[in-house]
Design a protein. Structure first.
Lengths: 355, 266
């Protein structure tokens, strides 16, 4: 059981605001992601939870207990760094046992727990090796074992996969998630890689310049971005700018947006946030666009293919709709000639407007 | 054999011979019991001069001074350099870099310059010819070398290690014991050896500030060579007695503790 709460957290480095978080609650057993570009304050936030950084203002709670003034060693948290930070003078066994020895557990108990963690991460045969005798992936496993073996209240990950090669990184994502779910430990995961955050996390906070822009499940973050930063940071994003000319269905928030060059586009516009006459951005991603079928009536537009890029399993097209540049993909088997005029359909169920 | 290889051998051979020529002559003098004039080599070798030197009260005192001052200088230098090296090694701020440069600059200063500055100061303080006052004088020369070595050791310990140790449950003190000491002791030991050799080798300041009461081995050798006696044999024997412990210590450390240093000092 561990609920992590941040209240009114504020931290400044010189003139830069590193973290400004009025309220954040991470639920019990949740795998929570802090996602943002470098300098967005995600690592600072994690380090404030760990106790490695002291906030200028605000409090940190775990299960209602105020831990803001506790030094890191009294918080009982597990942590995995980007560099893994294995002690170079200790074997894998002693690295994993490090936290247990500090807790003054009997030798028998230490051996039992190290065995358990090593089995869990399948690194039994590495226990006698020193860090420099291990590969990156192996070091990463030892670092995770060292973090979970102390039975922490929560696990903190600071970009633990950035130093792995792409192939391995993808495999380890699923493993980390499996480990977290099996152990049921509340975890916070810092990354700048959205694919990683999406694959691993139950919920994600998208951060920029110290502030949280949006909190939600990966689906919510992708399909219902709340502002332009989130929309453009996540995925490949193009915007079409227009004015809301009317609500087609106010109850469901379906609006008609008219652009300067006369396109009429139907999209979802939250009536609580925008209203008729407002200038808005429509978020358009490649997967919201398809070739129009003859039966399609709504959101069908003429488009011109500007460029096609072969991508193995798909072809990536740059197209022009009116004066707007967009991108979309087709399977590689379907080859559209360049400079061709085509008809595309924008999926009105997925188009979202933001102010 | 290739021409290039022969050239290599000639160059490297020359450097080695050049460096060791004085040592060779030193050995000759130290072990020569009978050596006729105009001969390149002594006719009889033995330990006569060693026992002669060791019998003298003056040289015994010189041993005492040298080998008690050196450890004291080493301890005092490390006591300053470990905390200073920690700051310089873990916080690479502008202040650190400036400090480092100033301290390093000291290495370029001829010791006689420092001595000329210290002499009036010691006179004013009335601590000339004082055993304890030699310690800080030796430290001035030793600190830059020791500090370099200790700082380098601290730089090599990533900050992450300290942080992960804290998160895993280590107090600040436990971090020093379980993370820093195991990772820096080699650098500290090497730094300590620098200080030790510096103190053993120090001549100018000791002569300026300690004479005539405090005569360490180098000062004592100087007396044999340039002072009253002009006797090279005891001087040579005494010289070897300084060098041998240093060489043994260095070999031991290199071999068994993988502490890489030259013979250190001067």
């Amino acid at each position: 059981m561990a609920i992590i709460e941040l209240r009114n957290i504020y931290k400044k480095y010189g003139k830069t605001v590193a973290a400004d978080i009025p309220q954040l609650e991470i639920k019990d057993k949740e795998f929570f992601g802090l996602l943002g570009p470098s300098g967005s304050g995600k690592t600072t936030t994690l380090r404030i939870i760990a106790g490695l950084e002291t906030p200028d203002r605000g409090r940190v709670f775990i299960d209602g207990q105020d831990i803001t003034d506790l030094p890191p060693e009294k918080r009982n948290l597990g942590m995995v760094f980007q560099s893994w930070a294995l002690f170079p003078h200790l074997t894998a066994y002693e690295n994993i046992a490090f936290g247990l020895r500090l807790r003054k557990l009997p030798e028998e108990e230490i051996r039992r727990r190290v065995r358990w963690a090593a089995e869990f991460l399948r690194i039994e045969e590495l226990l006698n090796r020193y860090p420099h005798q291990m590969s990156g992936g192996q070091q990463q496993r030892v670092a995770v074992a060292r973090a979970i073996v102390i039975q922490p209240r929560a696990l903190l990950f600071d970009e633990p996969l950035s130093n792995l090669d792409a192939k391995l990184r993808e495999r380890v994502r699923f493993e980390l998630r499996k480990i977290q779910k099996e152990l049921g430990i509340t975890s916070v995961y810092v990354t700048h890689d959205q694919a990683e955050a999406f694959a691993i996390c139950d919920r994600i906070a998208v951060m920029n310049e110290g502030r949280i822009h949006q909190i939600g499940t990966p689906e919510e973050i992708y399909n219902k971005p709340e502002d332009r930063f989130v929309a453009s940071f996540i995925g490949i994003t193009y915007f079409i700018v227009g004015k809301i000319s009317e609500y087609v269905n106010k109850k469901e928030g379906v609006a008609l947006i008219t652009t300067e060059d006369g396109l009429d586009i139907q999209a979802y516009a939250d009536p609580n946030k925008v209203s008729r006459g407002d200038s808005v951005h429509i978020v358009i991603r490649p997967d919201y666009i398809s070739l129009a079928k003859p039966t399609d009536k709504v959101n069908v537009f003429k488009a011109k293919i500007e460029r096609a890029t072969y991508g193995g399993d798909s072809i990536d097209y740059e197209i022009k709709v009116g004066k707007w540049s967009l991108r979309f993909r087709t399977p590689a088997t379907l080859k559209l000639p360049p400079r061709d005029e085509i008809k595309i359909k924008l999926d009105e169920k997925r188009l979202v407007v933001i102010p | 054999m290739e021409k290039k290889k022969i050239l290599d051998i000639i160059i490297l051979g020359f450097v080695t011979v050049y460096i060791f020529l004085p040592m060779f002559v030193l050995f000759e003098y130290a072990f020569a019991e009978i050596w006729y004039a105009y001969r390149y080599f002594p006719s009889k070798l033995g330990f006569k001069w060693f026992s002669w030197v060791l019998k003298h009260y003056d040289t015994r005192m010189a041993f005492f001074y040298s080998y008690t001052l050196a450890p004291l200088v080493t301890l005092a230098t490390l006591a300053i350099c470990i905390p200073a090296g920690y700051v310089l090694g873990t916080r690479r701020t502008k202040l650190s870099l400036i400090t480092e440069n100033l301290v390093n600059l000291n290495m370029a200063l001829p010791v006689i310059v420092i001595g000329t500055g210290l002499l009036p100061l010691y006179t004013y303080l009335g601590i000339l010819n004082n055993y304890w006052a030699i310690i800080p004088a030796h430290m001035i020369g030793a600190i830059p070398y020791t500090l370099r070595s200790v700082t380098a050791a601290f730089i090599q310990v990533p900050k992450d290690l300290e942080e992960i140790a804290r998160v895993l449950g280590a107090t600040r003190l436990q971090v020093i014991r379980k993370v820093y000491i195991p990772l820096i002791w080699r650098g500290v030991l090497a730094g300590g050896i620098f200080a030790f050799s510096w103190s053993l080798n120090e001549f100018i300041l000791t002569l300026l500030l300690g004479f005539p009461g405090i005569k360490t081995l180098p000062v004592s050798i100087y007396e044999y060579v340039g002072g009253y006696y002009l006797t090279p044999q005891p001087a040579a024997a005494l010289s070897l007695l300084i060098v041998i412990p240093s060489i043994l210590m260095a070999l031991f450390l290199e071999k068994y503790m993988q502490v890489s240093i030259g013979l250190g000092g001067g």
